[in-house]
Design a protein around this ligand. Structure first.
Ligand code: FES
Length: 168
């Protein structure tokens, strides 16, 4: 999702990015005194922005009195946090053992070719982010990929163009 630039609002009210930041600050207030406040706050930031923007992490750092280096360490350790913006549709190709054996690499390669994007990258039009991931818990359907909440199973690389068409 594309992040909006901060703009002045014609009605004198707060612009959307400020509203997002206010939400983050409210969450910080809620968790501030709790041990382990950082993780729930980062979850909220990711829910609001779709990723962890650096300018927001600086606010988190100041408010929770946690150094940026520690925040980056936590954000990089947990795979569900992202430090870069993601596309409108996140495609996750399972590279777990069952899926790998049944040809997940072929799926990933075909997606990469069709979308003209590297693995872990986002297309130029911001429409898709392509990720390789661990077991998605649907091994019986191997090889598996998900787009958002939708699960696609027992795939071959030739299924890829048809699946992508659903999102065009
Ligand atoms: S290995 Fe792919 S869903 Fe489990």
């Amino acid at each position: 999702m594309m992040e909006l630039q901060q703009t002045a609002c014609c009605c004198g009210g707060e612009s959307e990015p400020d509203e997002k930041l206010e939400k983050v600050k409210a969450t910080i207030e809620q968790f501030k005194l709790m041990k382990g406040a950082l993780i729930p706050v980062l979850h909220e930031v990711q829910d609001i922005y779709g990723y962890l923007p650096e300018h927001v992490l600086k606010v988190v750092s100041t408010e929770l009195e946690i150094p940026m280096s520690e925040i980056f360490g936590v954000a990089s350790f947990y795979h569900f946090f992202s430090l870069t913006p993601k596309g409108e549709n996140v495609i996750r190709v399972c590279m777990g053992t069952a899926c790998y054996i049944k040809g997940a690499q072929g799926l990933l390669d075909r997606l990469s070719t069709e979308l003209n994007v590297a693995v872990q990258g986002t297309t130029a039009d911001n429409k898709f982010t392509l990720e390789a991931t661990r077991c998605l818990g649907a091994c019986g359907l191997a090889p598996v990929l998900t787009i958002g909440e939708k699960v696609y199973g027992r795939l071959t690389p030739n299924d890829v163009p048809k699946i992508l068409k659903e999102y065009n």
